[in-house]
Design a protein around this ligand. Structure first.
Ligand code: OSB
Ligand code: MG
Length: 363
């Protein structure tokens, strides 16, 4: 029997959270993390928070933080009508974009976890860290940045690449760090004509190459998977359980990057986790420059046994001088503790919320 949450109040909040440095990749450049949060107040006192994965501007996908803010504001009146259960959110809010819908589900799951109606993946353990490194102003600056992360203890590094900034960059990082677990992410910046060039990546012992081609090009990725020794991992192409299964079946996806926001929610992410375990496909948890609110939920997810490769999960300090919650810390052994709860997300610190809010709308 599913217990329904009665919504007594809700608030959508748009914030501008300053970043340590700009994060630049082929389809996005983020210097301030504009982010949308959702608070839901349950009628019997439980409060839940969700954080939207959408970036400040469209690019990585078509959603953006301000659009998600508007979409969630427009959806708020529907929360009044009847009780809510997390398992129904994806269907009832199917008209929202996947990241906005996932925000609603995350807030409901957080309430359900705090009310003891739903048990999230257990916390308490520690998992490997991994850091994603955006484009830098020069190769020297990039090498210095990577060196700093390695010194801090990060166990795996991901480099952003695009045409003109790829083999040379990877060669230079590999020369300085011969044993470092290393991977690259192109955010779809290449064409199948670049296959010979991309095969040059095979010389560097990478864990994987992420999303070399466009989102809809499964045939192209399958051809690349046959041509390259480096495993092909998909990110943008994987929008649901169904598209993930199709990509695996097409031979286009040898490794899965799983992001709950991109696939429309945490529950769909759990189903994709189970599919990967069943099919023996290596899996890791991706990131969206999340604040500690959603990063805490991601840590819980990434502690599941199907996640066999290091995640894009770094400390609060890698992105934010002043995180909204936490802060999440990197331990000297290069691992990150998985918060034990209560709930699924971390709740934002009221002072930080006050400081960074640019717009809010209450039900
Ligand atoms: O492609 O994985 C990506 C950040 C924003 C949007 C897309 C991506 C990324 C990252 C950083 O690579 C992941 C993180 O550390 O949060
Ligand atoms: Mg990616």
């Amino acid at each position: 029997m599913i217990r329904l949450m009665q919504v007594a109040g809700a608030e959508v909040v748009l914030l501008d959270v300053p970043m340590v440095r700009s994060f630049d990749a082929a389809t996005s450049s983020t210097a301030v993390r504009r982010v949308t949060l959702l608070r839901l107040d349950g009628a019997d006192g439980e409060v839940g928070w969700g954080e939207c994965a959408a970036l400040p501007e469209p690019g990585y996908t078509a959603e953006w933080a301000g659009g998600a803010f508007d979409a969630l504001v427009a959806a708020l009146p529907r929360l009044r009508a009847e009780g809510l259960a997390a398992v129904d959110v994806a269907r009832r809010f199917a008209d929202l974009g996947p990241m906005a819908r996932a925000t609603m589900e995350l807030a409901v799951l957080d309430v359900e976890a705090r009310a003891g109606i739903w048990s999230p993946p257990a916390g308490g353990a520690a998992i490997d860290s991994g850091v994603s490194v955006g484009f830098a102003l020069s190769l020297d600056a990039l090498l210095a940045e990577v060196g700093g992360y390695v010194d801090a203890g990060y166990r795996r590094v991901k480099l952003k690449i695009e045409p003109g900034r790829d083999l040379d960059v990877v060669a230079a990082v590999r020369a300085q760090h011969p044993a470092l677990p290393l991977q690259v992410d192109a955010n779809g910046a290449y064409a199948l004509d670049d296959a010979e060039h991309l095969a040059g990546l095979d010389a560097f012992g990478l864990l994987l190459v992420e999303q070399p081609l466009g989102e809809h090009d499964l045939d192209g990725h399958a051809a690349l998977a046959a041509r390259l020794d480096t495993p092909i991992c998909l990110d943008e192409s994987l929008t649901s359980l169904a598209t993930t299964r199709e990509a695996i079946d097409a031979g286009a996806c040898e490794v899965v990057n799983l992001k709950p926001g991109r696939v429309g929610g945490f529950l769909e992410a759990l189903r994709i986790h189970d599919l990967c375990v069943e099919r023996g496909v290596p899996l890791w948890l991706g990131g969206m420059l999340e604040t500690a609110v959603a990063r805490t939920a991601n840590l819980r997810l990434a502690a599941l046994p199907g996640f066999t490769l290091p995640p894009d999960l770094s400390a609060s300090a890698r992105y934010f001088p002043d995180d909204l919650a936490g802060p999440i810390a990197l331990r000297p052994d290069g691992r990150i503790a998985v918060p034990a709860g209560p709930g699924l997300t971390a709740h934002p610190d009221p002072a930080a919320l006050e400081r960074f809010t640019v717009r809010r709308h209450q039900l």
